[in-house]
Ligand binder design. Sequence first.
Ligand SMILES: Cc1cc2nc3c(=O)[nH]c(=O)nc-3n(C[C@H](O)[C@H](O)[C@H](O)COP(=O)(O)OP(=O)(O)OC[C@H]3O[C@@H](n4cnc5c(N)ncnc54)[C@H](O)[C@@H]3O)c2cc1C
Length: 390
Amino acid sequence: MLFQLDDALLALQQEAREFARTEVAPQAARRDREKEFPADLMTQVGARGWLGCLVPRSWGGSDIGNIGQAVVLEEIAAACASTHVTMSVHNSLMSTPLKKYASAELQQEFLPKVVTGEWLGAYLLTEPGAGSDAAAQKTTAVRDGDDWLINGEKMWITTGDMARVGIVFARTDLDPAARDAKAVSAFVVDMQSPGISFGKREPKLGLRGSTTVAISLKDLRVPGKNLLGELHRGFNIAMDLLNGGRIGIAIQGIGIGRAALELALDTVGGLKRNGKDLARSQSVQFRLADMATRVDAARLLAYRAAELRDHDLPHIKEASMAKLFATRMANEVCREVVELLGESGYGAASAAERLMRDCRICELYEGTTEIQKLVIAKQLFADRAAEEKA
Ligand SMILES: Cc1cc2nc3c(=O)[nH]c(=O)nc-3n(C[C@H](O)[C@H](O)[C@H](O)COP(=O)(O)OP(=O)(O)OC[C@H]3O[C@@H](n4cnc5c(N)ncnc54)[C@H](O)[C@@H]3O)c2cc1C
């Protein structure tokens, strides 16, 4: 299974590849240039169940698991990274937590509209001063009768101003002695509620078709029933979701790296230097072979993490390894491809130029490269300690 997709997954891959080729790729350059959010595409992928990849069919999801989601999202990322991140955040960080942690009442209220894309999702964790150190939340949620009143500032929130449903993290244990990671809770929030205001869309190096905004929460009233999971256990939920999200961002790197490699293969075939076909040059072939090997190695790491997550087996280290390797690979492959194609790769009209800008973020969000290394090293020592104890 890890090495060969079964017939159902191959059919899903074919469907996603065809959709990406006909519906997503032709619009990608314009979306990037005009900073156009893929609202129309969200309706289309919602109709295919791809906004509820882990949501049961009884709720309208496609229930294709983490592997199925990886298969679909790689095709989307190879065509348009902005569309990918909008889908990846919606799936990994919003529809999945609703399915996994929300009460039946909340699921009934939100899931039917979430899986179709009528209501898009956002994940509100990052704050000024709480990026890598995500537990250092300053946003507070205080009881007011049956409700919660939430106050704070969030920043760099993907789809923030287009989303109807937000997963919001806030400090609920205000005792200064409380440990950060045990003081935070998660809430499901209707993003059209009074008390929520949005900053301007962030101008960005890449992913220009996705939106990223700061969000101010002022006396935002949230019903008590909208608490997600247990009180003060929201940071565990945030991290669990990021373990899934990191597989999604690894897949983004794989899609972008693959697209750059395919562009190189398409282009060098037609190039001549000193009267010789560039594709016959050994140094070019070595570069292409290295790139293809790294794309495949990244995909195997991501599939391993996805399969472990599908089976509810430990996968923290494996998800971080996949993200670490795949996102670095994407940056290296894009740089090589721009170099290989020369001016035709560097020019703004080239897809290589967009891919190179789009891949830069992969090493930063959902945990930077340094944070992935810290997670992996911590787990290595934990594994060693467990072995010694056994
Ligand atoms: C386009 C975009 C979309 C985003 N979308 C979302 C979203 O939807 N929701 C959300 O909540 N957030 C989102 N983010 C925020 C993103 O997750 C954070 O930017 C990321 O976690 C890094 O935090 P930071 O930018 O504050 O960097 P910092 O934490 O300030 O880190 C700066 C540098 O220091 C390094 N560093 C930090 N701590 C350590 C350490 N302990 N050891 C070694 N090195 C360290 C980092 O690796 C990095 O190189 C988004 C960001 C961007 C740019």
